[in-house]
Design a protein around this ligand. Sequence first.
Ligand code: CO
Length: 136
Amino acid sequence: MITALDHIAIAVPDLDASIKRFMEDFGLKFEGKEDVASAKTSTAFFPLPPTSIELVHPLNGEGPIAGYLEKKGGGIHHLCFRSDDINADVAMLKDKGYQFLSDAPSKGAHNSMVIFIHPKSCDGVLIELNQPAEEH
Ligand code: CO
């Protein structure tokens, strides 16, 4: 079951400049940076209860965010829904005909399990499903 809007992710061309903006200009609490090698991203999280902002930047200049930045320069990249049972939600959505970017959930930031629904299945919006580590 989807239980919350976990985060909104913004692709940024200069991670440190954007961290500075969100900390100093917007006054948000900076939770820290995390490199997610499996997704080839560097991420930075700003909790903004009940959700959070995730800045995403290519790790070592590679991966899907690098392509996104090349095409668009930056922008809102994905929404993430929190799930209390990601495998059940994936199975339920596959039954309804949704396509995913991978066959099964894999480890994402914060050791959570994540999978992305193909934007073709959601009117062009990339949606991540995320089950936090403490719930699996
Ligand atoms: Co995300």
